[in-house]
Design a protein around this ligand. Structure first.
Ligand code: ZN
Length: 370
C-alpha cells in the first residue's frame, strides 16, 4: 500500500509555522550570538557570504507582531524572518525551509497543531513606582564616593573626563560592593566596586540608577535595580555643573556616561537607557520636550554599525511625529565619551570653543532660527 506513491510535501500555513518558531532561539543556534551589549541582543550575520566581525544583526518584532532579523552592515538583502534565516543557513529553498521549521516545531501532517508559542506580550507600560530604597542607595553611594573608599571610583571617573562639579551635580556615587555595604534584595548586586549613575528626572530628582562595575565579570558592565523596585524610566536627564546650558539644543545620547560628557561641556543632555531600542514612549517624551523647550534635538550616536542603527531607529520614530533630529557621529569607532577624551575642545576649553565639535548641528540650528 502506498509504496508507489510519491511522498507529498505537507503544505503548512506559513503563519502557523512562524507562530511556532522562536527567532531568538534560531539565531542563537544558526548565527553566532555576540556577547550581550547594553543595546540588547546581537548576532553575527548568518549570510554565508558575509564574514561579519561586528555582530551586525539585531532582531525586532514588526507592527504585525512578526519577528524579523536584520544585518546593519549596509547590505539590505541580509534580513528577513525565520524562513529567510533557514534558507540562508541551511541552503534549502523556501518550501523546504518551511518544512524544516514545521518539523522542528513538532508539526505532524494530519495531526492537530501543537500550541503556538506565547510570544512576549507588548504589554502597555505598567509603571512600577520607585522604591525609596533606591534613592537611599543612591545617596549612600554618593556619600561614599567622596570618602576614602570612593577614591578608586573617583579616579576612574576623572579618567573619563568627569570633574567633581559635574559628578556632584548629578549625584554620581561609588558602590563599594556588597562585602562592605549590605543592601536589600533587588538593588544592584554589588559583586565588586562600581560607579553609580542615577537617572534624574527633568527637575533633577533621582528616578532610577545604574551601577557600572569598574571590573565587570563577563560582559555585564551595568547592573540595574530589579523591576519590582521601580520601572526603568528609559530617559536620564543630566545637570550641567553651573546649571546653565548652551541655548538651542538638547543632546540625546546612548546611556548616562555620554550624557554626562555632554553636560560637562555645558549642554542640556539626556541619555536613553536600555537594553532595547528607543521606543514610542521615549520618542513621545523627546517630542514633548522639544516642543516645550524650543530646543533642537541632536543625537550623538556611537560611530559603529550598532550605534548608527540606534540613530536610524530614533530618527524614524521622531520622523513619524514630524520632529526633526540631527545626528552627529564621532570619529570612527568612538562614542561621545571617547571622542571627548581625544578632542580637548570638549573638556578643557571654554565658551565657543566647546561648540565646535558639533558646529554643523549648531549651524543648522542658527539656520532654522533665521
Ligand atoms: Zn550581513
Amino acid at each position: 500500500m502506498g509504496t508507489g506513491e510519491r511522498t507529498r510535501q505537507p503544505r503548512w500555513e506559513i503563519a502557523d509555522v512562524l507562530a511556532r518558531s522562536d527567532l531568538t532561539q534560531l539565531l542563537d543556534e544558526l548565527a553566532t550570538p555576540a556577547t550581550r551589549s547594553i543595546r540588547g541582543r546581537r548576532w553575527h550575520c548568518p549570510m554565508p557570504d558575509h564574514d561579519d566581525q561586528h555582530a551586525s544583526v539585531t532582531m525586532h518584532t514588526d507592527h504585525r507582531g512578526h519577528e524579523r532579523w536584520r544585518c546593519w552592515s549596509g547590505d539590505n538583502t541580509h534580513r528577513g524572518d525565520a524562513i529567510d534565516l533557514i534558507v540562508a543557513t541551511q541552503r534549502v529553498n523556501r518550501a523546504d525551509a518551511i518544512a524544516w521549521l514545521a518539523n522542528r516545531a513538532g508539526m505532524i501532517p494530519d495531526q492537530p497543531l501543537p500550541p503556538a508559542r506565547r510570544k512576549p506580550q507588548r504589554a502597555g507600560p505598567s509603571v512600577v513606582p520607585l522604591d525609596p530604597s533606591v534613592v537611599r542607595y543612591v545617596h549612600a553611594c554618593e556619600k561614599i564616593l567622596w570618602g576614602h573608599t570612593g577614591a578608586p571610583v573617583r579616579d576612574w571617573l576623572h579618567a573619563r573626563g568627569f570633574d567633581d562639579d559635574l559628578l556632584r551635580a548629578n549625584h554620581v556615587g561609588a558602590d563599594p560592593g556588597r562585602a562592605m555595604m549590605s543592601r536589600r534584595r533587588g538593588l544592584p548586586h554589588g559583586h565588586s566596586l562600581a560607579a553609580t549613575f542615577p537617572a534624574l528626572d527633568p527637575e533633577g530628582n533621582v528616578q532610577y540608577v545604574q551601577a557600572r562595575y569598574l571590573e565587570p565579570i563577563g560582559s555585564d558592565k551595568y547592573d540595574n535595580p530589579a523591576g519590582s523596585l521601580g520601572s526603568n524610566p528609559r530617559l536620564a536627564w543630566t545637570r550641567t555643573p553651573d546649571g546653565r546650558t548652551t541655548a538651542g539644543v538638547l543632546l540625546v545620547t546612548e546611556g548616562i556616561p555620554d550624557a554626562l560628557t555632554a553636560a560637562g561641556a555645558g549642554y542640556a543632555a539626556v541619555g536613553i537607557l536600555g537594553s532595547q531600542a528607543p521606543d514610542d514612549r521615549v520618542a513621545d517624551v523627546l517630542v514633548r520636550h522639544a516642543g516645550s523647550s524650543g530646543r533642537t534635538l541632536v543625537a550623538v550616536v556611537d560611530a559603529d554599525s550598532a550605534g548608527r542603527a540606534w540613530g536610524d531607529r530614533l530618527v524614524g520614530l521622531l520622523e513619524r511625529r514630524n520632529q526633526p533630529l540631527d545626528v552627529v557621529e564621532p570619529p570612527e569607532g568612538l562614542d561621545l565619551n571617547g571622542w571627548a577624551m581625544q578632542d580637548s575642545r570638549w573638556t578643557s576649553a571654554s565658551g565657543s570653543e566647546l561648540l565646535r565639535p558639533i558646529a554643523p548641528a549648531l549651524a543648522r540650528v542658527e539656520h532654522f532660527a533665521t
